[in-house]
Design a protein around this ligand. Structure first.
Ligand SMILES: [Cu+2]
Length: 147
């Protein structure tokens, strides 16, 4: 091996060595089964759901959701005397190694200020889920019809 070849080999070796640091930690959250409820024309809001898994050894939280609607909030549902009421929650905790489900009748993402044309099954809503650790995860929510 001549000197130039040796230098190139060394350079290739460096390039192929994984760098320590944040890259190794990147996948801490898995988002699965995202969907948004189809709504007819005239509806002012709809809800989105997903399952969020935290594979990290520290707790995390969903702190906000960004999407192309006038307002997007995180809501939960409470029931009193048989009446279900939605209320805003500042964040959704996700335990270390835990799974939190946003689902009908419970935690959900509220997409508000719809333009009145409705949202139909087959459409897709794009949103960015923002977490307490700074991670921002783009998610495509397919729209599903419900009875
Ligand atoms: Cu709501």
């Amino acid at each position: 091996m001549n000197r130039l070849t040796a230098k190139i080999s060394l350079a290739v070796l460096y390039m192929c060595t994984p760098l320590p640091g944040p890259a190794a930690e990147e996948v801490e959250l898995n988002i699965s089964d995202p969907w948004v409820r189809a709504v007819p024309g005239g509806a002012k809001a709809t809800a989105g759901y997903a399952t969020i898994e935290n594979t990290a050894i520290r707790a995390n939280a969903l702190v906000s959701v960004e999407a192309d609607f006038p307002r997007v909030m995180i809501h939960n549902v409470k029931r009193e005397d048989g009446v279900a009421t939605m209320f805003h929650v500042p964040e959704v905790a996700i335990e270390a190694g835990g799974i939190t489900k946003l689902k009908p009748g419970g935690l959900h993402i509220m997409f508000m200020g719809l333009d009145g044309t409705g949202i139909s099954a087959g459409e897709t809503i794009e949103a960015i889920l923002v977490f307490r650790n700074g991670e921002e995860i783009p998610v495509r929510f397919p729209v599903r019809a419900t009875q």
